[in-house]
Write a protein that binds this ligand. Structure first.
Ligand SMILES: NC(=O)c1ccc[n+]([C@@H]2O[C@H](COP(=O)([O-])OP(=O)(O)OC[C@H]3O[C@@H](n4cnc5c(N)ncnc54)[C@H](OP(=O)(O)O)[C@@H]3O)[C@@H](O)[C@H]2O)c1
Length: 262
């Protein structure tokens, strides 16, 4: 595998576990030093840091609630203080809540989901992009979801709406930052084997969902986190130097997207 991110510094939000952890490890494998960030699970983040150090890359763990601008600013200050720069920002941290009835979503749930998935991602761009603009180099990858493009999974009104907004944030930021040599793209995964697919579902319902999603995919299965990480690595490296404002779907070829023109 080419080490095409040699000497780069990446900040991956929500990399204590799940997809974010796979992204942090994959970027390290590509040559990047990594800031592993988390909200609560410091012990799990510390293990990811150890794993990256075992790969002979530098890594630190930083905790911050990305819904708070102050905490994000402090997080970015400590990463830039340690590494001197941030070349790659992956907005991966996300919050999913399921609501059986779309008319009964509490004000607090809306604020929580919007706060992490949309405003949290913006907060991180707000804090990291000025350094990228100054150095005329940056790669920003936002982790959206196929639900943000309109899929048939129920119970996700608030989550899907924030992911759709994150896709528009990606396009608008790509236009605004392109002149400063900063690429901004999104990856839209389908179902991925992490804790998130268990939220609001019994074990039986999880198995049923996996079977249904697999049947709809051309590749007849759901995704592993490493497969999303590979797409993020491509968009974080100079291999994608002329790609910006795009949404790369990592969904195994969902039938309803493949069978309709967009
Ligand atoms: N899994 C899927 O099927 C799927 C499909 C499409 C898109 N996605 C998207 O992919 C991304 C990662 O998903 P995942 O499945 O890996 O999720 P996950 O297992 O639930 O992990 C979520 C991560 O986000 C962090 N986080 C949550 N709220 C935060 C906050 N307020 N501030 C800072 N960090 C916060 C968590 O930190 P702690 O560990 O400290 O709690 C954790 O590292 C999300 O954006 C998700 O929407 C997932």
């Amino acid at each position: 595998m080419p080490a095409d991110m040699d000497g780069k510094v990446a900040l991956v939000t929500g990399s204590s576990r799940g997809i974010g952890k796979s992204i942090a490890l994959r970027l390290a494998k590509g040559g990047s030093n990594v800031a592993v960030t988390y909200q609560r699970r410091s012990a799990e983040a510390a293990k990811v840091v150890d794993e990256i150090r075992g790969m002979k890359r530098e890594a630190i763990a930083v905790g911050a609630n990305i819904t708070s601008r102050e905490e994000v600013a402090e997080m970015v200050r400590s990463v830039e203080g340690r590494f001197g720069k941030i070349d790659i920002l992956v907005n991966n941290a996300g919050l999913m809540k399921r609501h059986a009835n779309s008319l009964e979503i509490s004000d607090q749930d809306w604020k929580d989901i919007l706060g992490v998935n949309l405003i949290g991602a913006y907060n991180c761009i707000w804090a990291v992009a000025p350094g990228m603009v100054k150095r005329r180099y940056g790669k920003i990858v936002n982790i959206a979801s196929t639900s943000g493009l309109g899929n048939n999974v129920g119970g996700l009104l608030a989550y899907a709406t924030t992911k759709a907004a994150l896709i528009m944030l990606t396009k608008k930021m790509a236009m605004d930052l392109g002149g400063y040599k900063v690429n901004v793209n999104a990856v839209a995964p389908g179902a991925v084997r992490t804790e998130m697919i268990h939220v609001g579902r019994t074990e039986e319902e999880v198995q049923k969902m996996i079977e249904e999603r697999s049947a709809l995919a051309a590749l007849k299965r759901i995704s592993e986190p490493e497969e999303v990480a590979n797409a993020v690595a491509f968009l974080s490296s100079d291999q994608s130097s002329f790609i910006t404002g795009q949404v790369l779907m990592v969904d195994g070829g969902m039938a309803y997207y493949l069978s309709h023109s967009v």
